[in-house]
Structure formats: C-alpha cells, structure tokens
Design a protein around this ligand. Structure first.
Ligand code: 0TT
Ligand code: SF4
Length: 339
C-alpha cells in the first residue's frame, strides 16, 4: 500500500480554528509537507508550474484545507439520493475522469473541516424524506478513501450513517487504504464499492491509482469487516480483445471473492463530452483512449450538454457480456444499473 502524501498544502486561516483542521495540520507537518495560507479554498493561487500541464500535475498533488460553504447537496442519480460533500478532487490521473471537466480550473484536492455542519445538513435531508431511507454518495467529486489517512472525514460519515436508522452511505474507490474503516461501527449502513476494470484499462488509463490486486485485497478486507460490498465496472471500454479482457477480470474476481457473496454491481459504459475530449488530449496527448465521434451515439443530457456513448448495438453486446460474466461467477449478485 502506498498512501498519498501531497507536495504542498494550503489552509484557509479559519480552518485552524476547527479540531479537524488542526489534526490535519499536525499530520501534514509530521510528513514534512510545506504549508501555506490561502484566503479561500475556491481561489488558490501560487501552485507552481511553467506550463498549464505542469500546473495541473502540481495541483493534483496539492491539498487545500478549508470550510465547506455550500451546504445544499447535489442530487446523485443513479447511485444515490444526494452527494455528500466531504472532499473535492483526486490525486489520480485516470485519463477518462469526469473531474477534469467538472472541476474546471480547480483540480486541486479540497477537504473540509466543518464536518459538524455538513452532517447537520445531512440530517436535514434525512428528516425531509423520512420515513423513506436517504442514500448519500461520498464519491461524486473525489475519491474519499484515497485521502482518508490525512483527514479521517469519511470514517466520521460512516459512523454517522451507522447511527442514523434512515441513512445509507455509499462511496467508490480505486485505492486500498482501508485500515481506518475496518473497526468502525458502520451498522451495516455503508455500501463500500471498488472500481475495477480489465487489466488493459487499468494499465493504459488509470495512472496514479492502486493496482488491481491491491484493490481486490482491500475489498476482501472490508467484506470481512461486514460492509456491504459493491463493484463498479467503469468505464466499460470496447478495446481490442475486450471480451477476453473482461472475462479475465471476472476470473480474477472469482478467485478472491466468495461465489455466494451478495455483491452488487454497477456498470457504466465509457462516455465523453466535446469539452472532455479536448482537455484529455491536451493533458494526456499520448492516450490510447478512443474518442471517435463517428463510432459513437450522441446522448442528450441536462441543460443541452450531451455526451458520446457507444451505439445501441455495441452498448447492448457490452451489457450482455458483462451480465453473463456476473451471473456465471456470482450467481447471487445483483446488478443495480447499466448506464
Ligand atoms: O462520466 C461518469 C458518469 O458516471 C457520470 O454520468 C455519472 C456516473 N456515475 C458516477 C454513476 O453512474 N455512478 C456513480 O456511482 C458515480 C461514481 C457517482 C455519480 C456522480 C453519480 O452517481 N451521479 C452523478 O451525478 N455524479 C456526478 O456528480 C456527476 C456530476 O459531475 C456530479 C454532480 O451531480
Ligand atoms: Fe478520477 Fe476516480 Fe481516477 Fe481519481 S481515481 S482520477 S476520481 S476516476
């Protein structure tokens, strides 16, 4: 396991008035991370780099510690009712990652110290929906497991959800630092998911994340700790030899996870927007990621912003192949959605 250590950190001065802020500061000092002040986590200046790409790389290794001001939560379909904001940004370099477009000019990693306020807001949403259960997604805009050793914030949400009869928590990760979660009182309310993929996809498109074998070892540990376990297979990509590639993925999964486990799967086909394509080609100019509009179908989205997905026949064969593999290797598993 290799835990992430940022190259630089910035603190909003107010963050140090919070115990969580001071804890994070102590951890960073112990790791010899240089610390500076910033007036606002939404306007960090002074990240080094001579070119935009260098600045981008450095920003991904920069931790910014501040207060979350917006306490209204975004919705998070299809994975959950609401996105719970505990962090924004990620140190990974997945070529296809949507954070490249959604975070715009702010790719640095923001973490928030006013967890009491964030959890109070969550309580408000739970109350509004009662007696229905409310599900929160903690991985909409970051990989919260990958930075947990610096903040401890995701554990706080796990314990919160464990105590709230009507709360459920979900998140997904490509990292393996799961030790902080193994002894928490999660009450069976947290659904711990790992993102997995064919070896080809991990090797070519997921630099800076944990290797497959380590994700899988981490998945076994959290399953043994009584968490509900899920696997997100995303993005599904029709690379040369994809049928075999995904078949091998499932053989490896089956070697490590019990056949009768009540796993849940989410399947997400690769998609890209016009903006994403432009940014990806700037940042990862040698990428082998196929983004050929003539081979794709345009799917209209909210606010007229559409994306390119696979054409219907290709999406269907992709979906059927994955469904077949899931049923063969994990007969008791459920598939939540294919999108
Ligand atoms: O391009 C990636 C696609 O993956 C997006 O269409 C969302 C989707 N996704 C991501 C998903 O289907 N299931 C997940 O669990 C996600 C990891 C979490 C997620 C993120 C989600 O379920 N729904 C979302 O809307 N998001 C994102 O949150 C997209 C948007 O940028 C942000 C704010 O709503
Ligand atoms: Fe994006 Fe997830 Fe990769 Fe981080 S690990 S870069 S959040 S896809």
């Amino acid at each position: 396991m290799r835990l992430f250590i940022p190259d630089f950190a910035f603190f909003e001065p107010e963050a140090l008035q919070y115990p969580i802020g001071r804890e994070i500061e102590q951890r960073l000092r112990a790791l010899n991370v240089p610390i500076r002040e910033t007036t606002s986590h939404n306007r960090v200046t002074g990240i080094p780099g001579d070119t935009p790409n260098e600045k981008y790389k450095n920003a991904k290794n920069t931790l910014v510690v501040g207060l979350r001001k917006t306490l209204t939560f975004d919705t998070s379909k299809p994975s959950a009712d609401y996105a719970i904001p505990i962090s924004t940004g990620c140190m990974g370099h997945c070529h296809y990652c949507y954070l490249q477009t959604t975070l715009g000019a702010k790719p640095y990693i923001r973490v928030y110290v006013n967890m009491d306020q964030i959890l109070d807001a969550a309580r408000g949403y739970i109350r509004e929906r009662a007696p229905e259960v409310t599900t929160f997604e903690a991985a909409c805009t970051s990989d919260p497991v990958g930075i947990e050793h610096l903040t401890g914030n995701l554990a706080r949400v796990v314990e919160f959800a464990g105590q709230e009869p009507l709360a459920r928590l979900r998140f997904v990760t490509k990292y393996d630092g799961v030790e902080p979660f193994l002894h928490l009182e999660h009450g069976g309310h947290t659904y711990f998911r790992f993102s997995v993929n064919a070896d080809y996809v991990i090797r070519h498109f997921e630099p800076g994340t944990a290797p497959f074998a380590e994700r899988l070892a981490a998945a076994s540990k959290v399953y043994q700790a009584g968490y509900k376990l899920g696997l997100i297979v995303a993005p599904l990509i029709r690379f040369e030899g994809w049928e075999d590639g995904y078949a091998q993925l499932f053989e490896r999964l089956a070697q490590h996870l019990p056949r009768d486990s009540d796993l849940r799967f989410e399947l997400i086909q690769h998609r890209f927007t016009a903006t994403a394509k432009r940014i990806i080609l700037e940042r990862y100019p040698k990428t082998k990621l196929e983004m050929d509009e003539t081979k794709r179908k345009y799917k209209w989205g909210r606010y007229g912003r559409g994306k390119w997905v696979y054409q219907d026949d290709e999406a269907t064969t992709l979906r059927r192949h994955l469904e077949g593999l899931i049923h063969t290797h994990f007969p008791l598993a459920t598939i939540e959605y294919f999108t």
